[in-house]
Write a protein that binds this ligand. Structure first.
Ligand code: GLN
Length: 531
């Protein structure tokens, strides 16, 4: 097999949640800063075909790609670190792999052969690497393997990456193992045994890594040289291939810390392409650290307030906007089920994010009403547009206004199900998904913020504004400020009488970048900081 692309495989060890995805994305950012074309992919062992039907409280946010795939939040990290838009094929779950294989088997594509883990599952996994590298025209393609080495669910991915090295040439593959090195406070030392064991497990699977990233929960760098030496001795890697990564102040510091921690030596042995220009990350960290501006309290009226990963892209978009306008962001979680006027009064601005189902909806409607009546900055995202429209319609005289999602048809469904969506309510991959264009109304505040009248944002919804009620909605304080190009769908609304009250049927949070705030979030933060 010949390849012009180099591949980096990132596995994890000891425990999950050590920041393997952030590390993989940071390596990507460093290589991009060297001027290389970098793409990324995730292989996830779970059997769900995608993340669309997963409970966000357990699994975190469902990240939507531009081509409309409902994916894992890791792809959001990849986009924010690489500033490259992922696709649905940037993630392969076991469920998606097996589904494709079984569909192919049923379609008679295997010519009578038995379909097996090796070579068929592993071969398909490898094909996804090649296809992605080709699609993105990558110099380097980075693949993160979900879970930890030793998990019962992951070996097909590990075998696929091992064998891939023999197929494309070991010199074209770099294996990175990210593992956790705990600090034992009783004896005041780091313990490398769990990492050693995990590296042994990896070697048993045929992979000797080229780089070991040791994640450490405390910054006791004095002890660090010994740790690197010890891991190198016991784990068959050279000492300069052990990168020590203590906790970072912000995830966006990780690319810089990785360089400081010594990631360049093993990377440059693998691919030599000059020094990385890290100025973008240095500038971002300077902005983050020098942020001495006024505190701005943003209330996030949400259903899941115990797992902040559920709204990860929203909170990242808020941070980026705060860094841009020089405000000190204080995100206040407001439980949508218990929200009171006092909660709304207490903050400088409000975000109502996306959501599904009736729980907490009245609190979100109340937030919209409060903001309309008190000129409080408001940003509504998807469901946050629908609840704002319900609030306005009620104010405009449609007393029992509601959404068909929460109330059986009452004749007052100011938000109703979109054409072709009925009956699909709990199925996967069937919503209006991904990039959709919108045309903004000339002269609207929305158009002014975007600085253009044609925008493209990502979507994930089944319901839409019922335009029959536009008069009442307008009477209640909201006008349409953007529509789909055919005029059939309301994409944006705004309140002419408020300094900042904009809601969108889309999810603009997915297109925010830490170093390039999204105009709507920037608008919210800048209005809130004036309050
Ligand atoms: N539940 C609403 C719909 O399906 C909003 C979806 C969302 O906020 N992503 O239209």
């Amino acid at each position: 097999m010949k390849t012009n692309t180099k591949y980096i495989f990132v596995t994890g060890g000891v425990i999950s949640g050590v920041g393997k995805g952030i590390m993989a994305a940071s390596i990507g950012a460093i290589l991009k800063a060297k001027g290389l074309k970098v793409s990324m992919q995730k292989c996830d062992p779970y059997f769900n075909v995608d993340a669309g039907l997963l409970n966000p409280r357990e699994h975190g946010e469902c990240f939507v790609t531009r081509d409309g795939a409902e994916t894992d939040l890791d792809l959001g990290h990849y986009e924010r670190f690489l500033d490259e838009e992922m696709t649905g094929d940037s993630i392969w779950t076991s469920g998606k792999l097996y589904k494709k294989l079984i569909d192919d088997e049923r379609a008679g594509k295997f010519g009578g052969k038995s379909v097996q883990l090796v070579p068929h599952v592993t071969g398909l996994v490898q094909q996804t690497f090649l296809d992605n590298a080709k699609h993105f025209g990558s110099d380097v393609h980075i693949v993160e393997i979900g879970g930890t080495i030793g998990d019962l669910e992951g070996p097909h991915f590990v075998e696929a990456i091992r064998e891939f090295g023999t197929k494309v040439g070991r010199e074209n593959c770099l294996y990175v193992h990210v593992c956790y090195v705990p600090w034992l406070s009783t004896s005041q030392e780091f313990k490398t045994k769990p990492a050693q064991n995990s590296l042994r497990d990896l070697r048993e699977l045929g992979i000797i890594p080229d780089m070991v990233v040791a994640r450490m929960d405390v910054d006791r760098v004095i002890k660090a040289p010994q740790i690197a030496k010890k891991l190198a001795t016991f784990c068959a890697v050279s000492e300069d291939a052990v990168v020590l990564m203590p906790d970072a102040k912000s995830v966006y510091e990780v690319p810089l810390n990785a360089v400081k921690g010594g990631v360049l030596a093993p990377l440059e042995r693998f691919i030599d392409h000059g020094d990385p220009d890290m100025s973008q990350w240095e500038e971002l960290m300077r902005n983050i650290e020098s942020n001495s501006g006024k505190e701005v309290k943003i209330g996030l009226v949400a259903k899941y307030i115990d797992n902040t990963d559920t709204y990860l892209s929203v909170t990242e978009a808020l941070k980026a906007a705060a860094w841009k306008v020089g405000a000190k962001l204080n995100t206040i979680w407001i439980d949508a089920e218990k929200a009171t006027e006092e909660d709304f009064a207490n903050v400088d601005g409000i975000v109502v994010p996306g959501g599904f189902g009736v729980r907490g909806v009245e609190g979100k409607i109340a937030a919209g009403k409060y903001c309309l009546e008190h000129n409080k900055p408001y940003l509504g995202l998807c469901l946050g547009l629908q609840t704002a429209v319900i609030a306005a319609a009620r104010r405009g005289g449609v007393e029992n206004a509601n959404s068909e999602e929460f109330d059986a048809p009452t004749g007052a469904n100011v938000v109703y199900i979109m054409e072709g969506q009925k009956g699909k309510e709990s199925t996967g991959g069937t919503m209006r998904l991904g990039d959709c264009p919108a045309v903004l109304i000339k002269g609207s505040k929305t158009a002014k913020l975007y600085g253009t009248e044609k925008v493209v944002e990502r979507h994930r919804h089944r319901y839409e504004v019922n335009q029959k009620f536009l008069k009442e909605i307008e009477k209640g304080g909201l006008v349409v400020s953007g529509v789909s190009p055919d005029g059939k769908l309301v994409e944006f609304v705004e309140a002419p009488n408020c300094d900042f009250f904009i809601a969108t049927q889309a999810h603009p949070e997915f297109k925010s970048r830490p170093y390039r705030a999204h105009p709507l979030f920037e608008g919210l933060l800048s209005a809130a900081s004036k309050k």
